[in-house]
Write a protein of this length. Structure first.
Length: 168
């Protein structure tokens, strides 16, 4: 079953997938390409596994519309800047492997990331993240609840089925 999701709706999206076994998330790459090619959003990428190198390359070429962070220090700095920054135009925050990103951040940055996700609409921010586990007990309080839509594979009788979009 095809799943569609509209970036302009301003809804946060969580994509459940096993980041340890999977290649880079095509969904994150497509969201970034759409935002950058249409010029609708500035793109910020938190990529602890360094799997979205083409976005890191854009940042290296001083693209004003794209910023990526791969180390814990860079990710903490970017989250702090997003939380404190003045909003000039809409932003898209792509988090490759939410669990690994949260684990890499310090306590203060975890709180800031959660606050960003919870107050995303007010900040003209849309958050798209991938994670292997959507169980809220592994994340800071309210972080998983901040995602309006969740794409998760249906699992039945030991085999993978098509993804399904769950809207809250």
């Amino acid at each position: 079953m095809p799943v569609s999701w509209d970036l302009s709706a301003g809804r946060n999206l969580l994509i459940a997938r096993d980041e340890r076994l999977a290649p880079p998330s095509v969904a994150l790459d497509l969201a970034a390409m759409n935002a950058l090619s249409c010029g609708t959003h500035d793109v910020v990428v938190l990529d602890p596994h360094r799997r979205h190198g083409w976005l890191t390359g854009l940042d290296a070429r001083q693209s004003a519309a794209c910023l990526s962070a791969v180390t814990p220090a860079q990710m903490s700095r970017v989250v702090t800047e997003l939380a404190a920054g003045v909003v000039v135009r809409p932003r898209l925050l792509l988090v490759a492997d939410l669990a690994a990103t949260v684990a890499a951040l310090g306590a203060q940055s975890r709180v800031a990331l959660t606050d960003l996700a919870v107050t995303a609409r007010e900040r003209q921010l849309t958050v798209v993240a991938t994670t292997a586990d959507t169980d809220p007990r592994w994340f800071p309080e309210h972080l998983i609840d901040a995602f309006d839509d969740i794409v998760a594979p249906q699992v039945g009788a030991g085999r993978y089925r098509e993804p399904r979009l769950w809207m809250r």
